[in-house]
Design a protein around this ligand. Sequence first.
Ligand SMILES: [Zn+2]
Length: 284
Amino acid sequence: MSESPVIIIRNAAATAKINVTKLRGNVSVLEGSGGNITVLTGPDGKLLVDAGITASRPQITQALDSLSPDPVKHLINSHWHFDHTDGNEWLHSTGAEITAHENTRKHLSVTKRVEDWNFTFPPAPAGALPTKLFNSEQTLHLNGATLALKYYPPAHTDSDISVHFTDADIIHVADTLWNGHFPFIDYSTGGSIDGMIRAAEANVARVTDKTIVIPGHGPIGNKSQLIEFRDMLVSVRDKISKLKKEGKSRDEVVAAKPTADYDAKWGGFVIDGNFFTRLVYAGV
Ligand SMILES: [Zn+2]
């Protein structure tokens, strides 16, 4: 691998343009800096799901100010990855308390090598660590809204959570959905293709046709896109599993192009068909 995607994403964030989309019930989404950032505004202070990349602080600040004058008081991390937690420290320094699954704090607290990104993360500074931790489920009441936080069994990592704004029926599903893109799967912290498929099944079962689905990456989605993503994962997994059972090596399976039918639609972002094939091969 050449340049780590971590470096590429961090550098791009300095000049990233942030798109602001108002959804419903005082919930909006900021797209453009790392993972999607969901924002709930109101008199209890803004709540953010995910923190974006630190280099985008000026653009994120401007985008947040465009929604309302409320200060940011609450930040939820959907999982430990840098493109969702990089901004933790500056948001905490301006007054945000950070909520996350306990494994998010665990991974951010220590040195972490992610081989598939060719990158070693140092321990996060103290101010970036989540201090409000939970294990399986938690309910928050803020700004007149109810938020149901729920842990996924290991899927993309072992720290993924969903945040359901129940009144507005908007669900942020962390990186268990990359809408229109092959997903990264982080085996270094408990992720697996089978876990991703289980999470995708759980997401499909949980939403209705009216639910607005906010993916970790990609455009704001809905139930039919959750189904399409689940079906893609299952189909690619089956193809690669069959080839591996025939005794083919990883390079032979990559050369067989098992994602060919999907590359045009799903392969245009960070993870191309070859990269995704290697990730799936590791887990079947
Ligand atoms: Zn992630």
